[in-house]
Write a protein that binds this ligand. Structure first.
Ligand code: ACO
Length: 328
């Protein structure tokens, strides 16, 4: 078996920033309520001509540059997204073309906010078995297109953006490696966060459009409770599997949904907030993109260093969840 390491990270956030004060003009809300309940102050919004693959492209190019690789070196492309360019073809196939990559296996992965952790885990199997050497994993979302901008309970929470990593075969000398991975889905709770219309269950119709059933719906309180409990259990399981204590972890990069969820998580697992990578104040929830964006920012500003122990922890619609513990 080979080992996998992250050889490059990249991210992209669209230029336009929508602040809580801007939202005050759209729905009945206010900056103070949003900051107190979520920690979010602003979010990035894609330009009208930007789609998910456009943001994924820039994030991927940045990750390739850090890894010192060319598009032709990529053996597999995985795009985790809930807001693809089209129902078909896959955003990954569109990205493969835009990048100028070879004709390699390229697919989208649907696991909502846990999609990036799912994708990284899948990629790790291909590296470990020696099938592929360099894999591009992207989390990219244009959530602004699938949010109900009249629903103040959801529209304040989300933003657009993309993050990417290159997972590469580690050399014998490399200390960087993926140590463990755990993935879950609890489908019985799928009704807590969903987009009911526009699929095969309820195809597009005038009724779907009139009732906004093609947009995100959420039971916020239940999601909050489940997110805290599930993220804590994912982190605990990863520590136990690796026989590590929380004190030995350098950084936790969790899914960025809400600052209060992350503060509650830190308390439950006895992690000082200084070890939690958090950017939700500036990006809001970008679903599958939150973890790779936060990871890239922390790598580029020097917080995350080679050799450090980093835990990725995800939670999302499905309800999906998972963790990856790695030595960066
Ligand atoms: N501005 C002002 N008031 C609001 C807003 C708003 N944007 N939204 C709701 N309210 C009101 C409600 O109508 C309610 O009023 P009422 O008491 O008169 O009925 C009051 O504020 C309290 O509403 P709650 O829903 O109880 O507020 P809560 O403290 O639970 O916060 C929130 C709501 C922020 C949605 C919270 O439940 C939450 O963060 N949940 C997690 C959701 C999440 O992060 N989802 C992301 C997707 S999941 C994922 O990424 C995994």
């Amino acid at each position: 078996m080979y080992r996998a390491k992250i050889s490059g990270t990249g991210s992209y956030l669209p230029e336009k920033i929508l602040t809580n004060f801007d939202l005050e003009k759209l729905v009945e809300t206010n900056n103070q309520w949003i900051v107190e309940r979520t920690g979010i102050r602003e979010r990035h919004i894609a330009a009208p001509d930007q789609a998910t693959s456009d943001m994924a492209l820039i994030a991927s190019q940045n990750a390739l540059a850090m890894a010192g690789l060319a598009p032709a070196d990529i053996d597999l492309i995985i795009v985790a997204t809930t807001s693809p360019d089209y129902p078909m073809p896959s955003t990954a196939a569109v990205l493969q073309d835009k990048l100028g990559a070879r004709s390699v296996c390229s697919f989208d992965l649907s696991a909502a906010c846990s999609g990036f952790v799912y994708g990284t885990s899948i990629a790790n199997q291909f590296i470990r078995t020696g099938v592929y050497k360099n894999i591009l994993i992207v989390g990219a979302e244009t959530l602004s297109r699938i949010i109900n901008w009249k629903d103040r309970e959801t529209c304040i929470l989300f933003g657009d953006g993309a993050g990417a990593i290159i997972l590469s075969r580690a050399s014998d000398q490399d200390q960087s490696t993926i140590l463990s991975e755990h993935l879950y889905a609890d489908g019985a709770l799928n009704h807590l966060l969903d987009i009911p219309g526009g699929g095969s269950r309820l195809p597009f119709s005038q009724k779907v459009l009139d009732e906004n059933l093609q947009l995100v719906r959420m039971k916020g309180r239940e999601i909050f409770k489940n997110a805290v409990r599930t993220l804590a259990s994912c982190c605990g399981e990863a520590l136990e599997t690796n026989k590590l204590t929380v004190d030995e972890i350098d950084w936790v990069v969790p899914h960025q949904a809400n600052a209060r969820i992350l503060e509650a998580l830190a308390k439950l697992i006895h992690l000082p907030m200084s070890k939690m990578i958090m950017n939700v104040d500036k990006t809001a929830n970008t679903s599958a993109a939150t973890i790779p964006i936060a990871l890239d920012q922390a790598v580029r500003d020097g917080r995350i260093q080679r050799g450090q122990l980093v835990m990725l922890a995800a939670f999302g619609a499905g309800l999906t969840s998972g963790s990856i513990l790695l030595k960066f």
